[in-house]
Design a protein around this ligand. Structure first.
Ligand code: F3S
Length: 64
């Protein structure tokens, strides 16, 4: 599983980083990118919760 943040949709609400600071990085403008690595198995449920909590629906999960 990998996470992706759509830069066109992200508005910098930072709920993602607040919930899962190991899975996201925030730039100087407050916009988020997902860490480019597989989500650890023990954080898979957290990753799904983060996706559901982004008010802009900017985060997607790629399974595989
Ligand atoms: Fe952006 Fe959504 Fe996170 S708007 S900063 S991806 S909570």
């Amino acid at each position: 599983m990998k996470l992706h943040v759509d830069p066109e949709k992200c508005q910098g609400h930072n709920r993602c980083y607040s919930l899962a600071p190991d899975l996201f990085e925030v730039d100087d403008y407050g916009l988020s990118t997902a860490v480019d690595a597989e989500v650890p198995a023990d954080q898979a449920d957290l990753a799904r919760r983060v996706v559901a909590n982004c008010p802009e629906q900017a985060i997607t999960i790629t399974e595989g």
